[in-house]
Design a protein around this ligand. Sequence first.
Ligand SMILES: [Zn+2]
Length: 149
Amino acid sequence: MTDTTRFMDSALEEARKAAARGEVPIGAVVVLDGRIVAAAGNRTRELNDITAHAEIEAIRHAAASVGTERLTGADLYVTLEPCTMCAAAISFARIRRLYYGAEDPKGGAVDSGVRFYASPTCHHVPDVYSGLAEREAADILRDFFAGKR
Ligand SMILES: [Zn+2]
């Protein structure tokens, strides 16, 4: 198993844990120097906080763990294409590489919607790798919403 696969597997695990908590199942991990420094899932319901997306939670935990405001040189893995808020936070955090699973044509902001990283007001653009374990990431979401009906 490659490191990339292993890190995305950890993000998928966080997504499954989020589903078990009744949260929309999206998971993220932040990797620095080849190791996971933060792993998180969506906690918007638990925290009554619409900013508690998996990516934001992972960035907050990673920054606290490393003790720096910015995460220069860190990579972020997330199961779904980030939304506008998270795409911006990833840029502000100076994340080096963004790896995401499924595309999100309805809410994504990287390759969908506003395409934040192509905007002239975006001052740090991570390298973006999409489509990692996208079937699995999409299945977790689909199963969650199917169960809700
Ligand atoms: Zn988001």
